[in-house]
Design a binder for this molecule. Sequence first.
Ligand code: FE2
Length: 361
Amino acid sequence: MENVAIQNSYSIPISPRELYPRLDWDRDVIVLGIESTAHTFGVGIASTNPPYLLVDARSTYKPEKGGIHPREAASHHTRRAPEVLREALEYSGVSIRDVDAIAVALGPGLGPALRVGATIARGLSVYFGKKLVPVNHAIAHLEIGKLVTGMKDPLILYVSGGNTTVTALAKNRYRVFGETLDIALGNLLDTFARDVGLAPPYIVEGMHVVDRCAEDADEPVLLPYVVKGMDVSFSGLLTAAERAWRRAGERDKPRICLGLREVAYSATIEVAERGIAHTKKRETLLTGGVAASPILREKFREMATYQRVRPGYPPARLSGDNGAMIAWTGLLYYLLGVTIEVEDSSVRQRWRIDSVDTPWL
Ligand code: FE2
């Protein structure tokens, strides 16, 4: 159930030199990255030389019932960390002595889970004398998405269990143009699925169970659609959908899934579309765990075509949480000279992307 999944064959369509012209790509740098913010413990290794992402190894905690329990996730990570780390090093053929820095996702995320990754990163840093690089997990999702789609300056829709954010780089930071006012898109889908008995498991053959249940419906049940300015709100939608489910006969249940999916995806895409109109960006990136949804991708692609911007999304394996994105983003910050001392490496459960300087362009 908790096998280590490992991969290294990601195609990078463009040289990072073009994406990050301010960084010195003539340096030979290798960074090991550690991810442990939520259900996944991952280790990745990134390099300034092709193929750039040398390895991505991970083990994911899957609750038997209910949602993520932070302490159970932390104990999964503690149990699996040695094997994930060993496999990443063995598979890539990189010795820990060849690594220039240890990058770690210090937040945002679940405190107990975050502390496992941070503790391991500090240990490796101190024992092997490596620099420590702090990485914001959300920014790592954005940067790996840009790398594998070859996008330099996209408007980004970042959707996951904990985030629904429309963002773009402006004046050295990712500025948040819109976000959820309450629960995130992934949290909405998971909570609904769990409360009505469709999950766990949440994903079946690459598709969320809510997307799957909606396939059997011809037309959606009408549910509340809430966009306030540039922000979305999903808690009222969740309550309404669950109430409708309790009253519905078996035949109408797929119509509720379809209504929920259509409202949630459309509201999210609407905010992204306005972000594009506002920022005049020429590219748009869909990323984060929910970006793996083929239904959401299709709606996103349609919107981008309508707005005449280039759409992109990472392969599903890099949409979800992984160590490669932490290693890659850590490498970018390392090239900028961003490192921290061990005593300053406390975890930041609510670390916002718009509080981090990101001077790539
Ligand atoms: Fe994530």
